[in-house]
Design a protein. Sequence first.
Length: 370
Amino acid sequence: MGVDTQTLRKWLESYDTNSITIGVVASHSSLQILHGARQEGFRTLGIAVGENRRKFYSAFPGADPDEWLMLENYQQMLDYAEWFRERNVIIIPHGSLVEYLGSENFKGLEVPTFGNRGILHWESSRERQRQWLAMGGCSMPKVIDDPHDIDGPVIVKYAGAKGGEGYFIARDYRDFKRNVNIEQEFTIQEYVLGCRYYLHFFFDPIAKDGYQVQGIGKNAGKNLGRLELMSMDRRDESNVDEFYKLGSLRDLREMSLEPSFVVTGNQPVVIRESLLPRAFEMAEGTVAASFELEENSRGMIGSFCLETIVTDKLEFRVFEISARIVAGSNPFVGGSPYSDINEPFMSTGRRIARSIKKAVSNDCIEDILS
C-alpha cells in the first residue's frame, strides 16, 4: 500500500536536499508545523483555498509561510505535483489534508510526503484499526455489530476525520434508529466510563538511542527505532460538555435536544506517572505491530496518537489511533511537560522538521518519506 520505494527514489533524485521546502495545507495543526519548520531552518509553503485563509496567517509572523500556493479546490494539488517537486517540497500530512483531498487522492499524490502513507489503509477503517491495536496488545471497547443487540450505553461514530461531528450516544435500538445516518459508514462502540486522554507519540525509525521499540514477528529481537512521548491532551466537545447542566438525557430529549461531540478545542493535560509505563507499552506494541500488518510493511513513521479512556480501575481502553500529527498537539507549540524534559520548546511540528533535518544530514531521507 502507498508509494513504492523505487518511485520515491525517482522523485528524490532531482531534489536539492540543501533547499528543502516544508509544505502544509493551511489548517488543522499547520501553525505549529510551519513554526517548527522555521525553527529548524527550512523554507515553508502554505497551501490554501480562499484569500481569507492566507490573510489570517499574517497574524502569526513566526508561522507565516515564505510562499503560498492558492488553489480553487484541494484536489488541484494533484495537478501541481511536478510544481511541488521542482521546489523540493516535502508535504506534511494532517487530518484536514486527508479529509479535504480524500484518502485515495492523498495516496496518489505524486509528491514526497512525511511518514508512511501505506498505513492509511489500516487507519481509515475502524475494523482494521482494531486488528492492528489488538496485535499491539491494546485493550479496546467492545464493538456491537448488530444495533438490535444494544442493551446499554454505546457511542456511534462515523468514519473519517470529522472532529466528532455526528457522533451520538444510544441506550437501545430505538435511540440508535432515531439518530443514525444510514448513508454513512458507522461503528457502534461500548460507551466506557472514564477519563479520556489523547497520547501524542513520535516514532523515529532512524534513531538508535533512547526508548527503543522491540520488534515482534519477523522483526523479533530487532530494535526498530526510538519512541518518544511528546504531549497529551483532553478535548472540549460541543455540546456534550455542558449538557449535564440542563438535566437528565431523558429530560433533554423531551426538549428535542441531543448531545453532540463536535471538537471545538483542546486542553493540555498530564496523567499520573504510574500510568506512563503502560502508555509506553501500548505505544511500543502498536508501532511493533505496524511492521507486521502486511508483507514488507514500512511500519509507523513519525507522529501518532493513541486515543484512550482510563477507567476508575486505572485501566486503559484504546478506542482509536491517528497515524499522523493530531490537532490535540496544538497547545504545545512551545513544548510540553514531557518533551521539555528531553529538549525545551520541542513541539510535535518541530520534531517532524528535526526528523527531516537529521535524515538529510545522515543521507537517509527516503527512510522517513513515502
